[in-house]
Ligand binder design. Structure first.
Ligand SMILES: [Mg+2]
Length: 135
């Protein structure tokens, strides 16, 4: 039986950050398929269609922000159980606490620390817990 490769959906409006993520995945997570969406609205649609194993969600997005996007994902029949990792430039403890409260599986701040970030992604893909960190 053919093994299905795991899919991660990254929702990010900044093309440079998207390009960096593709580079990171190619180098550190070559067996994981990285899908992209540039808005929360598009991300919600993609998540329904593609059924990713993990969603990495930027907080600062045009239109629906990361928190609003998470809310929609949590109410979607096919997306409610998908872990969502927040990624944000906001590094205050209150921002991180708010993300935990909202139901994110983890929180990383930009600029990301590649090794820590990769570990968090692998752990979430393996069904483990995320981390809330300014890594
Ligand atoms: Mg952004």
């Amino acid at each position: 039986m053919e093994e299905r490769s795991q899919k991660v959906l990254y929702v990010e409006d900044n093309p440079l950050n998207m390009a960096l993520m593709h580079h990171l995945f190619k180098k550190n997570l070559p067996d994981v398929l990285l899908l992209e969406a540039e808005t929360g609205e598009h991300g919600i649609e993609m998540a329904k269609q593609q059924r990713p194993d993990l969603i990495i969600l930027d907080i600062g997005l045009p239109g629906l922000n990361g928190f609003e996007t998470l809310e929609h994902l949590r109410h979607g029949e096919y997306t409610r159980h998908v872990p969502v990792l927040a990624i944000s430039a906001f590094a205050q403890l209150s921002d991180i606490a708010k993300a935990r409260q909202a139901g994110f599986a983890g929180y990383v701040t930009k600029p990301i620390h590649v090794r820590t970030f990769t570990e968090i992604v692998l752990n979430l893909l393996a069904g483990g817990a995320g981390r809330f960190t300014g890594c």
